[in-house]
Design a protein around this ligand. Sequence first.
Ligand SMILES: Nc1ncnc2c1ncn2[C@@H]1O[C@H](COP(=O)(O)OP(=O)(O)OP(=O)(O)O)[C@@H](O)[C@H]1O
Length: 250
Amino acid sequence: MAAMSAITLDIAEKRYPARTGTPAREIFRDFRLDVAAGEFLVLLGSSGLGKTTLLNIAAGLDDTYRGAVRFGTANPRIAYAFQNPRLLPWRTVLENVALPLGEGMAARTSARRMLEEVGLAELASAYPERLSLGQQRRAALARAFAIEPDVLLMDEPFVSLDQPAAERLRELLRRLLARRPASVMFVTHDPREAVALASRIVLLEGSPATVARDVKVTLGLRERASPALADAFLIRMGIIPRTEPATPRG
Ligand SMILES: Nc1ncnc2c1ncn2[C@@H]1O[C@H](COP(=O)(O)OP(=O)(O)OP(=O)(O)O)[C@@H](O)[C@H]1O
């Protein structure tokens, strides 16, 4: 028996109407994607293809399409981490993390525990403007995991950080997921980041977008962390092109 899907995206048609200067665009037609329970699915694909549109549809933020989104569990808890951390500037870090948990002491206690887990305990009563981008993203991760999501949607959550900072956040994400497993859809432009995190990589291509590659990633942590080995894997799987040999043939 096939494992039950945590998320099924079944999009008969998604289009954006024409705007002044831009013609109407068909983003998806007869597009289908199943995410298995516990899977860490990374979506790759060039800019403007429809990756964010797909996450918005999965999140229920966009219902202007023909088709259906189905979840493996009734009333799944869904967390969505955006590229911009989107913390409320007039609330403290603790209040931001507690917000999705509601009012009361229990909410604040869980929020505080989440902040400890992401290494921000000392900044609990600070306002977001005092935090670096990396710290804001830690807070956004704490807020996302505070609700113990069944489904975690992430849209380039670690972009514009330097490599060591991005790797520390990826490490944190792995740790958070180890304690609270979720089914993940993660969008990035960076194929190496995809190898670092994914259990499955889906490469989108074309307009309307179709699945060009769909590969399981079973590498160990050491291989994932090595740029050379990650690139070799990406080339082998046809996700990035083989670079031309330096020495001319013949
Ligand atoms: N509200 C909208 N109205 C019209 N067109 C839109 C709208 N939102 C997005 N688009 C267009 O639809 C296409 C897909 O957008 P989307 O943001 O989903 O792509 P993406 O793959 O996430 O791109 P990126 O990687 O640059 O974030 C783009 O060409 C975009 O310009």
